[in-house]
Write a protein that binds this ligand. Structure first.
Ligand code: HEC
Ligand code: HEC
Length: 222
């Protein structure tokens, strides 16, 4: 092989490595691609609005819907959770009796960042900013714990302890996880976010002001 042939070969090899590197990086950097390749969609809906009409439709779902992730979650929490998932629902998804002992699939740090980036692009117009103040006010606490009995199904912290029921998702750290404006929208627009569900509908029971206050209380729990 003469020098110029060797040179051309080096250039060719370099170019191949470059092209492979770029395409590998591109697919890796694509949160939507990672979501698909890990089969996350087998348990999670990423397209809305909700289609379930009967309780059976709800029972067929294996995990919470993610089509409004960008409205629902705080991004920092989402990135962290995807890398190190913890139990949110104390009972198994869709069960009212069985304890949740399942380990959720975990992603690497960089995958978690990419997937969270993708999920945060999925938003619902119904959860637009509504001016909810995220604050643990005495009024909010009273609504949550006494007036509307949310605590019967959801746990929150009371000093060093946790109090409350387990039939709904644990809300003791909801302030790290959920946006106040989304919690308000969830209470206000049950047909959009959860047409078939176990949680009571509070529309017409809680007035708008109280709804915002209790939503702000939930989104301030840490
Ligand atoms: C076998 C079904 C299954 C698969 C596969 C799965 N999940 Fe989940 N996922 C669940 C269940 C069940 C929960 C609820 C866990 C809890 O509440 O403790 C959950 C919770 C979540 C949450 C929090 C949602 C919320 O509202 O609290 C996110 C985000 C999430 N999964 C993303 C993913 C991603 C990304 C993947 C792919 C890497 C994935 N999931 C794969 C079943 C699954
Ligand atoms: C009878 C039990 C029950 C009561 C009372 C109740 N909830 Fe729920 N809640 C649930 C259940 C169960 C879910 C999960 C979705 C479903 O199946 O409805 C839920 C879901 C939620 C969610 C979404 C959490 C998530 O991570 O997806 C929020 C926020 C919430 N409830 C807030 C409240 C507030 C605020 C009140 C009081 C005004 C309340 N809940 C009263 C049972 C209850």
């Amino acid at each position: 092989m003469n020098v110029s042939k060797a040179g051309r070969l080096t250039v060719l090899l370099g170019l191949t490595a470059f092209v492979v590197g770029v395409s590998w990086n591109l697919s890796y950097a694509d949160g939507k691609g990672i979501f698909a390749s890990k089969n996350c969609g087998s348990c999670h809906q990423t397209e809305g609005p909700a289609t379930e009409k009967t309780f059976d439709d709800q029972l067929k779902k294996k995990g919470p819907e993610l089509w409004y992730s960008g409205s629902k979650f705080k991004k920092e929490w989402l990135v962290e959770w995807l890398e190190k998932p913890t139990t949110i629902r104390l009972l198994k998804y869709n069960s009212v009796t069985e304890k949740n002992t399942e380990k959720h699939p975990a992603l690497s740090k960089s995958e978690a960042g990419e997937v969270a980036g993708y999920l945060m692009t999925l938003t619902a117009k119904e959860a637009a900013a509504a001016g909810v103040t995220e604050a643990s006010t005495p009024m909010g606490k009273n609504l949550f714990q006494k007036k509307y009995g949310c605590v019967g199904c959801h746990s929150v912290k009371a000093g060093a302890q946790k109090v409350g029921g387990v039939s709904g998702p644990d809300l003791s750290e909801a302030g790290k996880r959920l946006n106040g404006n989304w919690v308000y929208a969830y209470l206000k627009e049950p047909k959009v976010f959860k047409p078939v569900k176990r949680m009571p509908v509070f529309v017409g029971i809680i007035n708008d002001n109280e709804m915002k206050t209790v939503a702000g209380f939930v989104a301030a729990q840490k």
